[in-house]
Design a protein around this ligand. Structure first.
Ligand code: GDP
Length: 181
């Protein structure tokens, strides 16, 4: 049987320096290049999960509330997106603490538009830096549970597998009814 084809706009969000670009580039290229600069692009990448072929358009955006050069505010980016990857670093407590508000903001913005729940995956990155860990796996898991989001702990630096899990997990949360071509 032919796969069901879909498209999804994914916004990668989170505090500065948590590894948003590292995770995105790892998923797209299987590589880790270490330094990413101030890039802000939309990338497209195809995955097939559970017989569904999904073309992801991924916006890896900086964490500013302000308008960037092309005039895009976070609010506009949230409007553009229909699914979300929220990244924190397990070594950075503040990056974890900002997530509940961000997620509530996303839900308020999106769930007004439709009854379906918003596909969101929370990612605790930099798992390789376990000696610097300040956010436990349990805390991450509980936050995701309480907000009805997916949860993964990964190391974008160490492996491709985690990044793949994140985007496959996100794909599984996108309902069939949505975005079918
Ligand atoms: P962004 O600002 O959230 O996009 O973060 P970047 O992707 O630019 O990464 C910030 C810094 O953290 C860079 O120096 C990366 O090399 C590093 N980094 C990203 N992911 C990991 C990881 O999983 N482990 C470690 N040890 N460093 C990482």
């Amino acid at each position: 049987p032919t796969a069901l084809k879909m498209e999804a706009n994914v916004l990668v969000m989170g505090a500065d320096n948590v590894g948003k670009s590292a995770l995105t580039v790892r998923f797209l290229t299987r590589r880790f290049i270490g330094e990413y600069g101030d890039m802000e692009f939309i990338y497209s990448h195809n995955v097939t999960v559970d017989g569904r072929e999904i073309l992801f358009h991924i916006w890896d955006a900086p964490n500013s509330q302000e308008q960037t050069e092309d005039g895009s505010s976070e609010e506009k980016r949230i409007q553009w997106a229909d699914s979300f990857v929220l990244v924190y670093s397990i070594c950075d407590r503040a990056s974890f603490n900002i997530l509940p508000l961000k997620i509530q903001f996303i839900k308020a913005a999106k769930e007004g538009q439709s009854q379906e729940k918003v596909p969101i995956v929370i990612v605790g990155n930099k798992r390789d830096l376990h000696h610097q860990r300040v956010v436990s796996s349990e805390e991450g898991r509980l936050l995701a549970l309480s907000l009805d989001c997916g949860f993964y702990e990964v190391s974008a630096a160490e492996a491709y597998h985690g990044a793949l899990m994140v985007f496959h997990g996100l794909a599984k949360r996108i309902p069939d009814t949505k975005l079918a071509l």
